[in-house]
Write a protein that binds this ligand. Structure first.
Ligand SMILES: [Mg+2]
Length: 253
């Protein structure tokens, strides 16, 4: 019996990205990986990203996507993931047949119920400010319950998003059980204790207790939690996580 290796991988900006993130790239060397809602190619893999996935496949590594995408957005990803899938920032775990993992779904529903009032209040609280800044809020559901509010700006203005993020964070009571995170082009309000890290911990403990090696692949600071559930972490050098690490100045000691 060969030893099992599992890679838990964020998708957007880790395995592929939109052309906006690839200035000057030679499109002939890119591999389409997703389509937009109109069915047109939207995100692409660089030769390095393609080679990384090829390397994992050649090593019989089980690659499990761990993504903020919901099932509809995940369906627009053209890559094959024949094992488990972690969607909705960790709130949804699908098995190989595409069915929700029931123990996880039950736990998520139970933990979401008491968060509903505060999630709704903070969403309504930001709405006028967001509208004034030309941004919009979308409430996302998992297991038929609202679980996350996503703030987007049509031009992904970093300044406007950062200002609204600061306001939202300041309005968030410490005991609310919610957190505000920033992704590449949006800001999200979601449960603090039910994210990608909790889902990866659950999957690893429940279904891969004998794995010889686990890898965590992610580009964002918000991926750190699930990457830390793995034995090793791998991050694209152009990503938010690496940028953040490089800007840290350690005190002299
Ligand atoms: Mg990402």
């Amino acid at each position: 019996m060969t030893s099992q290796i599992v890679a838990f991988a964020d998708l957007d900006d880790t395995v592929f990205q939109t052309l906006r993130k690839l200035p000057g790239a030679d499109s002939a060397r890119l591999t389409p990986a997703t389509v937009n809602t109109a069915g047109e190619p939207h995100s692409f893999m660089t030769p390095a990203q393609t080679a990384l996935l090829d390397l994992l496949a050649a090593g019989n590594v089980t690659v499990i996507p761990v993504t903020g995408r919901d099932p509809a957005a995940f369906a627009r990803v053209g890559l094959e993931f024949p094992s488990w899938r972690v969607l909705d920032h960790g709130l949804t775990i699908l098995d190989a047949a595409g069915e929700p993992e029931q123990t996880w779904a039950t736990r998520v529903r139970a933990e979401l119920e008491p968060l509903q009032a505060e999630l709704g209040r903070l969403t309504d609280w930001l709405r006028p400010q967001a509208a004034q800044a030309g941004a919009r809020l979308t409430v996302h559901h998992a297991h038929d319950l609202p679980f996350m509010t996503v703030l987007k700006h049509p031009e992904a203005s970093a300044e406007i998003l950062a200002d609204l993020q600061d306001a939202w964070t300041a309005a968030l009571p410490a005991e609310a059980g919610l957190t505000v995170i920033a992704n590449a082009n949006n800001v999200s309000l979601l449960p603090a204790g039910l994210g990608k890290a909790a889902a990866v911990r659950y999957l690893r403990q429940t279904y891969f207790p004998q794995a010889a090696l686990t890898l965590g692949l992610g580009d964002s600071v918000s991926d750190l939690g699930f990457m830390a559930e793995c034995d090793f972490a791998l991050t694209p050098t152009a990503g938010q996580l690496m940028r953040t690490l490089r800007s840290v100045t350690l005190p002299q000691r």
